[in-house]
Design a protein around this ligand. Structure first.
Ligand code: ZN
Length: 480
């Protein structure tokens, strides 16, 4: 392991040195032709030649794989990304402090289906949802009641009393857009424990939020309400959810024994990390591009969202490699705590430094490091139409979609102040196969796909830094 870490570090240093050698003033040498068309080709070549985004990504996720807010890996990631931006020659590299929730998963968590004697126990793959309280040490053993919706649970009246409530409505596979399928099922994960406790349940078990059929449980945020008793909540893998459902039809009185150890600690100190290319004409006008540095404590949080962070850094690195001196400032921000609080996004929007700046746009990549398909524009129709004039530029990168949509959770607080928001639209068919689970590892990211996202971000940042944007009259959030 140590040897591997060293080789990643060395290869990064070599790559960075090479890239600085290549640094040239490509743009300065441009003639009077269409500077953007030729710039786009140079940007594309520079990115695909180096695939540096993937090199940066491996550096981050190998050294700091479990970056849950408040954890030591999250702190490591703060220091590491600051060093990364420093070594790439970014300006004004700094951390902005935020306090974050600090939940810790227990070492032991398990669930078994109990039918008859001990020899009839059948293990199922589960993991605690983020924020869940623990079970008693010996676990909770109870009958299970399966429901597909909160309405169904409410209709059952007292039937859930003393039982484990099993929410088993799958993500809808007929939805073309997987985020819509997720949106149609995730209420069970977020609110399941409250609804189950309200109905007299002793624990909540939710089918994992994925369209994949496997034995890997997917965690994610859940919430409690002060007025309702806090019961333990876990996700169960989709294959085990199907098995449990089948066995319940045969034996409605079977039991599940659930053991969870998670606990919530006091809030912890942490930080967003920022670095920039300062604008030469309007340094206080800022285009921000970012992702979230924290992730769940499963897998390596690669698609969610180390990819978005490293794409932001790579976008700026590419612009520097091409010798860009933007009119406005282009800033990369690694936001902390998107997964269970969005304290980083909220903190960034109200940090004292913001009062001296004017944000022109905020761009986020948080839908996985897959092939980019286009841009979602969060703003009014004038803004969307203005950006759509750039379609021919983005079409050269294979990203022919510019449409109204959501930017992302991290940038939602600053977008709510009227700043135009942008989200990278990607081919997200496989995103939820990996999301919040042990499946979200480095091998799931393709270097060229990841790099293309960084290239698209670099182009958008550059266009906005040069051209500006019309004022946005729609102030809305995409906080989820
Ligand atoms: Zn994310």
């Amino acid at each position: 392991m140590a040897a591997k870490l060293k080789s990643v570090g060395v290869s990064l240093v070599v790559a960075v040195a090479l890239l600085f050698l290549q640094t040239s003033t490509v743009l300065a040498a441009e003639g009077s032709g269409n500077k953007y068309d030729s710039f786009i080709q140079k940007l594309l070549q520079a990115g695909l030649q180096s695939n540096t985004a993937h090199l940066l990504l491996s550096e981050l996720v190998v050294r700091a794989p479990h970056r849950l807010s408040g954890s030591s890996d999250a702190q490591k990631a703060v220091a590491l990304t600051a060093r990364m931006m420093d070594s790439l020659g970014f300006q004004e590299v700094h951390a902005e402090s935020v306090r974050v929730p600090h939940w810790v998963r227990g070492k032991h968590e398990s669930a078994v289906i109990v039918q008859g004697g001990k020899d009839r126990e059948r293990p199922v793959a589960i993991c605690a949802l983020g924020g869940s309280v623990a079970t008693p040490e010996k676990g909770i053993t109870a009958e299970v009641i399966e429901v597909r919706s909160f309405d169904e649970l409410a209709r059952m009246k007292d039937a859930a009393k003393g039982k484990i409530v099993f929410f088993n409505r799958p993500m809808d596979p007929t939805r073309l857009h997987t985020f819509e399928a997720y949106g149609g099922a995730v209420d069970q994960r977020v609110e399941g424990a409250v609804k189950a406790a309200d109905a007299g349940g002793v624990a909540s078990l939710v089918r994992s939020m994925t369209l994949a059929h496997d034995r890997v449980p997917h965690t994610g945020v859940m919430s409690y309400r002060d007025s309702v008793v806090k019961i333990p909540a876990a996700a169960i893998s989709t294959n085990d959810a199907d098995t449990l459902s089948r066995l319940l039809k045969r034996n409605p009185h079977l039991k599940v024994r659930l053991v969870l150890e998670g606990r919530t600690m006091p809030d912890a100190p942490s930080a967003n990390v920022a670095g920039q290319i300062t604008g030469v004409e309007m340094p206080d006008e800022v285009v921000v591009v970012g992702g979230h540095l924290d992730c769940w404590d499963k897998g390596q949080g690669v698609h969610d969202d180390a990819s978005g962070c490293m794409q932001a850094i790579e976008a700026l690195r590419l612009l520097k490699e091409l010798g860009v001196k933007p009119r406005r400032t282009i800033r990369a921000v690694m936001f902390m705590n998107e997964e269970n609080g969005n304290r980083g996004g909220k903190g960034y929007a109200i940090a004292p430094q913001r009062s001296r700046e004017h944000h022109v746009a905020a761009l986020e990549s948080d839908r996985g490091g897959f092939s980019p398909l286009g841009l979602a524009v969060q703003g009014d129709s004038t803004l969307v139409a203005y950006v759509q004039r750039w379609l021919p530029f983005f079409a050269q990168l294979g990203t022919g979609r510019i449409e109204k949509g959501s930017g992302g959770v991290d940038i939602s607080p600053i977008v709510a102040t009227g700043v135009p928001g942008f989200g990278l639209i990607v081919d997200d068919f496989r995103y939820f196969d990996y999301h919040h689970s042990d499946n979200d590892t480095l091998d799931k990211v393709h270097p060229r796909e990841l790099e293309m996202g960084a290239i698209v971000e670099a182009l958008l940042c550059y266009l906005i830094a040069e051209e500006g944007l019309p004022p946005n009259t729609v102030h809305e959030t995409s906080d989820q």
